[in-house]
Design a protein around this ligand. Sequence first.
Ligand code: ADP
Ligand code: MG
Length: 380
Amino acid sequence: MTAQTKSAPAGRDAVGAPPALTLEGVTKRYGSARGVEGMDLVVPPGELLTLIGPSGCGKSTTLRLVAGLERPDAGTITVAGRVVADTRRFVEPERRRVGLVFQDHALFPHLTVGKNVEFGLHDLRSGERRSRAGELLDLVQLAHLADRYPHELSGGEQQRVALARALAPRPAVVLLDEPFSSLDESLRAQVRRDTVATLRETGTTGVLVTHDQTEALSVGTRVVVMNNGLIEQADSPEKVFEQPSTRFVASFMGDADFLPAHVHRALLTCEIGIVSTVPGWADSDADVDVVLRPHEVALSPSADATARVSAVEYHGAFVLHHVRLASGRTLRSWQPHDVRHPVGTPVTVTVAAGTSPTLLVGDRAVTTPPGNAPRIAVAP
Ligand code: ADP
Ligand code: MG
């Protein structure tokens, strides 16, 4: 053993298992259009990764490359320690140990539920196939529907069958491409909970694509935010939301407003006054943009204030107030469900105590004063 005696060998976890999935420099172009570009990602066993980004950013392309439905133009894809695609090698989809669940379920209409789940188990004898399919149907609580056909199931049941079918061959990783988006709102939350519980119960590594921010944050043990074929940030849900690394991530993951601001002697000020202190910026004199989220912005009516409420939206649990500042810039503020300051009300705008907002220089978040060597980072 060398310098890595204490930590696990590169790419392996503490018990020596290789990552469930690795992408290294993976690129896929469609003509001159970008699918994904130079993507690097390591998914350890048992992780449930959520992949989010605007339509066309390359989420499905990423899954299709891993599944073997596309060939990369460059880079290497490894599943459970085995290279399944690079410029020379290409393992067929059914030999990759990758399970797939799509939005439209894609069950075989002419096969029963039981036969659908048995489908990927051709390496087993028929008795073993039946018993493994039975185990999976038990797991998703559909054993009583084994003899039905897909058209005799509800959308939520079809989705559970699709999950059982994907899990039956014990894949190293299951890929789910917007699996809940064809379900209606009331069903979606329940099916999502059931799906996550099943993945956890079986210890299955999952990569779930979604365009829903709440889903990405609440389901993922880690969240990968993509934009235009590139990974912008891959971090815990809390970090992605509270410490976005780019302007894009700040605005895509939740509501965010941006104000020009200045840090002088560790004090962050902008049009609304003092925002916070910035530890480690004592010697700095720097222009930045400050990111403010509606839950961080406080309002109080005040006759001599220069800011005005410009719109009020009732959201049920909270009331979103839009405020126009003297400069013409706007901020948004969440107020409790029973608070409503009518349009035109002059309001003093402050930032809730304890907020340590993200600072941007250009499109990148900064934790150290621009131009300085790294010193003390902003407290996590
Ligand atoms: P997402 O799933 O994030 O919405 P996709 O991965 O489907 O995005 O697409 C990424 C980009 O690649 C888009 O610009 C899309 O138009 C393009 N693309 C995807 N599949 C094809 C294809 N088969 N032929 C040409 N362009 C494609
Ligand atoms: Mg897609």
